[in-house]
Design a protein around this ligand. Structure first.
Ligand code: NCD
Ligand code: ZN
Length: 346
């Protein structure tokens, strides 16, 4: 196959940052995706509907100024120990907030004000269950005694199952799943539970972080896992099971902050996101399953209309630039200096 045309996809997990950094990366997403669930972990987290509205309009103005393209940011709130039930109701009635993100405190980038103990938020989860506001979960336990490669698995046992038991009708997106245990959990759960899968967790196992030396540009959270887990993720992605859908978790950090004694977690993939997924699905002999995963299942889960426009990818090699401008700094994308096999037609 040398050309594929399918419904324009949505990115159900994206870090757009803010200000000039956001302006630097926005076009990459807008070229490929119709909509994206925009993560709220800014330096000052988006903890209220008012902040979400303001952030949304900053994105929309940047779109008009910088890209002239149509792209709908689907906003989220950042859950804290102090989130109020009234804020959830406000978020729901605003019509611009599509989910509430649960970061265990300290689990990842800008998560210091995250949740210290989810039982403190149970009254809020009750309202979310009633109002049908999805809970978007960063599924890693924040216990320093737990090995980093086991944090997702233990989170399922200790936290996620407790949430599901107490709130069986709460809509939950288990974000950027990385393990076969997560795949099994989601498959066995009710239909109100879905999961996003990133391109990088489908492409690489944890050896990538240590290939001939330490490779900070392959460091993200949840961290890459062993090969058996990667294979389980591929199987889930190509299965046609609507519980699994596309979320890039594209997370730009400047080159300096990645290549540092304490480098930031996050991999930038927005510049080639749908092309990377096409490559993965083709290698798994499942290109025909890409449209469901990328363009239908996420929208269906969030109760959004499916997109009507289409995009076309052609089989044409192109080289990913070594770096992009990132508000005066450099941004090193995935595959920097290497070739892509699929190319998007504008
Ligand atoms: C994300 C970021 O940089 O905001 N980093 C990452 O490694 N994925 C945060 C997150 O989603 O964990
Ligand atoms: Zn993320």
């Amino acid at each position: 196959m040398n050309k594929i045309t399918f419904t324009r996809p949505d990115d159900m997990h994206l870090h757009l940052r803010d200000g000039e950094q956001m302006q630097a990366v926005l076009l990459d997403s807008a070229r490929r995706f119709a909509r994206a669930i925009v993560m709220p972990n800014l330096e000052l987290p988006i903890v209220t509907t008012e902040l979400a509205l303001a952030y949304s309009s900053r994105i929309s103005s940047a779109l008009v100024e910088k890209t002239g393209m149509e792209f709908e940011p689907l906003m989220t709130l950042y859950l804290t120990d102090n989130t109020k039930c009234s804020e959830i109701r406000k978020a729901k009635s605003s019509g611009v907030v599509y989910g509430v993100k649960f970061y265990p405190a300290g689990a990842t980038t800008y998560s210091d004000t995250g949740v210290t103990d989810i039982t403190k938020c149970f009254h809020v989860l009750e309202v979310m269950e009633q109002e049908k506001v999805p809970l978007l979960v960063h599924g890693e336990i924040n216990d320093p005694r737990i090995d980093i490669f086991d944090k997702e698995k233990i989170f399922i046992d200790r936290v996620l199952t407790t949430i599901v038991r107490n709130f069986p009708n709460l809509r939950i997106v288990f974000e950027h799943i990385t393990t076969k245990e997560a795949v099994e959990f989601v498959k066995g759960a009710a239909n109100n539970i879905g999961a996003t899968i990133t391109a990088h967790h489908l492409l690489f196992n944890r050896n990538a972080i240590f290939q001939g030396g330490i490779r900070p540009h392959y460091y993200c959270l949840p961290v890459l896992k062993q090969e058996a887990h990667r294979l389980a993720l591929i199987e889930a992605a190509i299965s046609g099971d609507p519980k699994f859908f596309l979320g890039t978790d594209s997370a730009p950090h400047s080159k300096n902050s990645k290549e540092s004694t304490c480098g930031c977690a996050g991999i930038y993939t927005s510049h080639a996101a749908i092309e990377l997924y096409a490559e993965i699905f083709e290698q798994a002999d499942s290109l025909g399953k890409l449209e469901g995963f990328a363009s239908f299942f996420g929208a269906d889960f969030y109760g959004l209309p499916r997109n009507r426009e289409h995009i076309t990818l052609i089989k044409e090699s192109w080289e990913v630039p070594m770096q992009f401008d990132f508000a005066g700094e450099a941004l090193v994308p995935l595959r920097a200096g290497e070739n892509m096999v699929w190319k998007i037609l504008d």
